[in-house]
Every structure is written in C-alpha cells, then in structure tokens.
Design a protein around this ligand. Sequence first.
Ligand SMILES: [Zn+2]
Ligand SMILES: [Zn+2]
Length: 153
Amino acid sequence: MERISWHQYFMAQTHLIALRSTCERLTVGATIVRDKRIIAGGYNGSVSGSAHCIDVGCYVIENHCVRTVHAEMNAVLQCAKFGVPTDGAEIYVTHFPCLQCTKSIIQAGIKKVYYAKDYKNNPYAIELYEEAGVETQKIPLDDDALQLVHRLE
Ligand SMILES: [Zn+2]
Ligand SMILES: [Zn+2]
C-alpha cells in the first residue's frame, strides 16, 4: 500500500476542515501541527452560537465579511481554549494567511506556514514572516493524494 506523505496528509486534512466553513466568500481551513501530530484545526466561521453567513448572509463592511473568525485564528484560539502550547508548531492552511492572521500566527510562536494557494499574499505579512524567521512554503494539494483516499473504498 502506498502511504500518503506527511505534507499531503496534513494538507488533505486542512482541505477537509475547510469544507466546514460557514462563510461562502472564502472556504478556508487551517491545521496546527506539532511533532507530526495534529493539535488543532479551524475553518472560517462565526463566533460559536452566533448566526452563520450561509444562513443569514455575510455581514460585509468595506468589502470584508466581519462575521467570521478566520480559520487560522480559530485553530490558534482552540489551542488557547484548551491550553495547548503552539510555540514551535507548524500550520497548514488552504490559502496564504491575511495580515491579521499572520500577526497572530507569529505571536503564537508558530515557526512554519505551509499554504496550498496564493491569496493576495500581503507584502507586509511576507515582511513580518521574514523578520520573525517564520518560513512560508507553498504546498499545493496533490491529486495523487486524493486518489489514495478513493482507493480505500
Ligand atoms: Zn461571511
Ligand atoms: Zn485571516
């Protein structure tokens, strides 16, 4: 049996999580990994218990939906909520993180960001990653990895 690579394993997981997004403007997923173990996951969604964009529409201010907590933030906050250290961890994301998420990722002590797709790659975010010594690497989700999932049937 062919084994899926670590990168594709975490990236596939990240895309699976993205499918739970409740804001249709962007379907985003994030997975925080430490020592090859998944410690948290997040998707674009409303504050717990609040209305979802898919039910009541987006709350758009200045061309941004302000209703949602971004996937990366949800993953980091899940660690905060349950007391899981993020220092030295890695994060897999479906899209290059926005500036706000970038600042939180760096501040949480995350050392590597793996993203599947470019998304408006904010120049200041790129500068902050470099300054903080946080490595960013593009790892697209591989169709071959998904074929392995189908072969399980
Ligand atoms: Zn929305
Ligand atoms: Zn963000």
